[in-house]
Design a protein around this ligand. Structure first.
Ligand SMILES: Nc1ncnc2c1ncn2[C@@H]1O[C@H](COP(=O)(O)OP(=O)(O)OP(=O)(O)O)[C@@H](O)[C@H]1O
Length: 259
């Protein structure tokens, strides 16, 4: 396990400043959530960490990204994976024409054989459906199964930190709950998680600590339980206002806490 730290990170896409001095920490073994409205910079933060910013013509103008004190910023995407940080981008981009098995194998490329075999076993246990459907083209899987495959593929490199971008987006509630349970299991097995999630109640129920981004900066941060109880977070992100009668307040606004 390893600690991920981001210090005073500034990111630009050409003339557009997307992050303007973000500092945060994912302690070893933790689930940390990043919340915020569309365009706040959440995806940019994950891209900067995973070394995929350059594919979007983005650039780190200033700041540091470190894993246990070793510098990640400036490394390419493949090198970041080798350091133990893998990224599941938004939109579950699986290789639709390749089989489930081939998709998983692609995630393990470059991983030493023994570690890859262990990771494979772990993925099979987490997602039995992927083992059952290993020879089918990934494009035939349901949206939720494709998300499982995208997560499984990222786990094939045996990461110490997993970056997840909107893993439950567009999924039916039951499937979203399964993905959330899987994230808990992955974390319980020792992988730290940095989670960007549009469903604030889900995010705060999974995370122990959370950051709220607004126009490229950290507007709020704190223990997930404290943020969930904060009037401002409830009003702005959980759709609960003082005027909302108690009986119509979403149950989702009452998350289960992780320790
Ligand atoms: N490839 C790009 N080129 C130019 N500007 C970009 C690019 N990607 C993002 N941006 C801009 O950077 C800012 C942050 O975007 P980002 O996608 O990181 O936000 P987000 O919080 O993840 O939002 P969303 O939930 O909509 O994905 C926005 O102003 C966005 O328009």
């Amino acid at each position: 396990m390893a600690e991920l730290t981001v210090g005073d990170l500034v990111v630009d896409y050409g003339p557009v400043r997307a992050l303007s001095g973000v500092s945060m920490r994912v302690p070893s073994g933790a689930v940390v959530a990043v919340l915020g409205a569309n365009g706040a910079g959440k995806t940019t933060l994950l891209r900067a960490i995973s070394g995929t910013l350059r594919f979007q013509r983005g650039r780190i103008a200033r700041g540091t990204i470190e894993l246990d004190g070793a510098r990640l910023s400036g490394l390419g995407a493949a090198a970041v994976v080798r350091c133990g940080v893998t990224h599941v981008p938004e939109g579950r981009r699986v290789f639709a024409r390749m089989t489930v098995e081939e998709n998983l194998r692609a995630g393990g490329l470059g991983t030493p054989r023994r570690a890859a075999a262990e990771a494979r076993e772990r993925v099979r246990e987490l997602f039995p459906v992927l083992a059952e459907r290993s020879r089918q083209p990934a494009g035939l899987l349901s949206g939720g199964e494709q998300q499982m495959l995208a997560i499984g593929r990222a786990l094939m490199a045996g990461p110490s930190v997993l970056l997840l971008d909107e893993p439950t987006l567009g999924l039916a509630p039951q499937m979203a709950a399964r993905i959330a349970a899987t994230i808990r299991a992955i974390n319980a097995a020792g992988t730290s998680v940095l989670l960007v999630e549009q469903n604030v109640a889900t995010a705060l129920s999974l995370a122990s600590y959370a950051y709220v981004l607004e126009v490229g900066g950290v507007a709020m941060e704190g223990p997930a339980a404290a943020l969930a109880a904060s009037d401002e977070v409830r009003r702005r992100y959980l759709g609960v206002s003082d005027e909302t009668p108690a009986e119509v307040r979403p149950r989702a606004a009452l998350p289960r806490w992780s320790a």
